[in-house]
Every structure is written in C-alpha cells, then in structure tokens.
Ligand binder design. Structure first.
Ligand SMILES: C[S@@+](CC[C@H](N)C(=O)[O-])C[C@H]1O[C@@H](n2cnc3c(N)ncnc32)[C@H](O)[C@@H]1O
Length: 273
C-alpha cells in the first residue's frame, strides 16, 4: 500500500558525516559488498518474481514498456533478463569499467568471504524463497554467469555503462523510471547524507520516477536519511511515497521509496542544495 509522505522536514542543521565514499567504492568494485537475493529472483524471465525486487511489483507488464535505468545494478542478470523480455533498460555501475574476465576474477576472489559472512548472519534473513545460503549462492552465481555472458554485447549496445552517482551521463528526463537497489540507504554508514541527497537529485533529473529499495542500512535499522530526504523532497514539491513490497529477504527490508519529480525531467531545487 502506498503511503504519501507527510512529514514536514526542517532544512536546517544537516549533520556532517565522515565521507567514506572512496573506501566504499573500492569495496563494492572488488565485490566485497554483501550478497543480495536479487540475482536469484532474476533467473527465470517468466518468473513473476523477476521484477518484484527491482520494480517493487507495481505492475510489471506496464513497467516493461518503460525506459528504465538500473543504477548500481552490479553483476546481476536484471538487464539481460529484462532485455530478453523486450524491455528497454540501461544499467550503470562503476564496476562496468572492468572487463568480464576482471569481474569474474573479483567474484571468484570474494566468494568464500561472502558465504562466510552470510552463514554467520543467517538469522538476519528470511529463508522462504531460497532455503539456505548455499541455495542463494548457487542462484546468485548462475545469475552472475548470465550477466557475464551478456556483458560484452550489452556494453556495445550501451546497455551497460560505467558511470556512478552522483553524476550520471544522461540528459534530463532520459528515462521513465530509475531503479536503485541495495545501494542508497543500505550504505548509510559509508555514504553521507550529502551524497544521498545529490544522488537522489541526480536520479530525479534523469528519470521521471525513482524507486529505491530497501530503506534499511546494513545493520538492519531504518536509514536515518529516509525521513530526512523524504521530507526535503516533499517540501520541494516532489511526490514522495513509501511503499511496502511483497518481498523481504533481509529481515524488515520490505519497503521502498518512490519519488516523482514535480516537473518531469526537472528537479526543483531543495532549499539547501
Ligand atoms: C550491493 S550491490 C547491489 C547490486 C544490485 N543492485 C542488487 O540489488 O543486487 C551495490 C552496487 O552498487 C555499485 N555502486 C557503488 N557505488 C556506486 C555509485 N556511486 N553509483 C552507482 N553504483 C554504485 C557497486 O559497484 C555495486 O555493484
């Protein structure tokens, strides 16, 4: 159910956080970011769960006809599967500056560590769609194989683009929909409020609608930036909604944020930006 954001934010007094962005990017690009279940849900292009995660189940067939940006898509099969279904999608990620061989090497090198972390924190996840860490690993690796098989061709077709928030190389309003999963809000401990604000503004600049999932940080707590940014963007005239989604893998991570720019392709200035 959609819930319109009502909280009137004050724009004063932003706290300063140490910006660990460089270290964060290094970790993400070396494949040490935590495992996510998204890949596993993207294996079968006819599986209705394919788009639950990315599109947060708001009418997948309708969304298929839209021009989609996947921001921070990583080595997952979303782009490949959606393209096969006739979708129009561009994925951007700093990871894509590497070759398929280099990406495979990074995945292999970090596989053991990721599995170890996952087994240790097993209780933090809901094991219904996937019964075990081993099952997750196997679907995740299969999804990565699908990505790697599609990567070079997709790069030539400019479906995979090496680019990163908060500056994207797209014209205003280039996309109908921008999706960002397991990046913004999840890394609130590593990426500052200022980074999140600039990133959300940029996504609103290039897309008419932005969806971000999940709203929890890595520790499983709701990101403190959610309320702050929802309030600021709503106050600036954008439509901001929080929505519960029928998907939960990290326990409690069952909400997404949707932002629609007040004027498509344009972003009204926030009072402090
Ligand atoms: C945890 S993964 C999520 C992958 C995928 N979206 C999913 O949900 O499974 C985070 C991804 O964000 C990418 N990333 C890191 N910093 C970024 C930035 N500033 N802009 C865009 N992508 C970024 C990383 O390279 C990594 O592939």
């Amino acid at each position: 159910m959609w819930r319109r954001w009502m909280w009137p934010a004050s724009c004063a007094g932003y706290g300063r956080r140490k910006n660990c962005r460089r270290e964060f990017l290094r970790k993400c690009c070396s494949g040490t970011s935590p495992p996510t279940p998204a890949d596993g849900l993207r294996l079968d292009p006819d599986d209705p769960r394919l788009l639950l995660h990315e599109l947060a189940s708001s009418g997948t067939e309708e969304d298929l006809g839209r021009s989609i940006l996947g921001c921070g898509d990583g080595p997952a099969a979303f782009n490949s599967a959606l393209t096969r279904r006739g979708g129009c999608v561009v994925s951007c990620d700093p990871l894509y500056r590497f070759s398929a061989g280099q990406i495979r090497g990074r995945i292999e090198a970090t596989r053991g560590t990721i599995m170890e972390q996952l087994r240790r924190s097993r209780g933090d996840y809901v094991w219904d769609l996937l019964p075990s860490p081993e099952a997750l690993e196997s679907v995740r690796l299969a999804a990565m194989e699908e990505f790697l098989a599609d990567f070079e061709e997709g790069r030539e077709e400019v479906r995979y683009l090496a680019a990163e928030l908060p500056h994207l190389p797209f014209a205003p309003g280039r996309f109908d929909l921008a999706l960002c999963s397991h990046l913004l809000f999840l890394y609130s401990g590593q990426l500052s409020l200022e980074f999140h604000r600039a990133a959300l503004l940029e996504l609103c600049r290039v897309a008419r609608e932005v969806r971000i999932f999940p709203l929890l940080d890595l520790g499983g707590a709701k990101s403190p930036y959610v309320e702050r940014l929802a309030g600021e963007f709503a106050e600036a005239g954008h439509e901001v909604e929080l929505r519960r989604v029928p998907y939960e893998f990290q326990k409690g991570a069952d909400e997404m944020m949707r932002v629609r720019a007040s004027v498509p392709g344009e972003v009204r200035r926030l009072c402090r930006v």
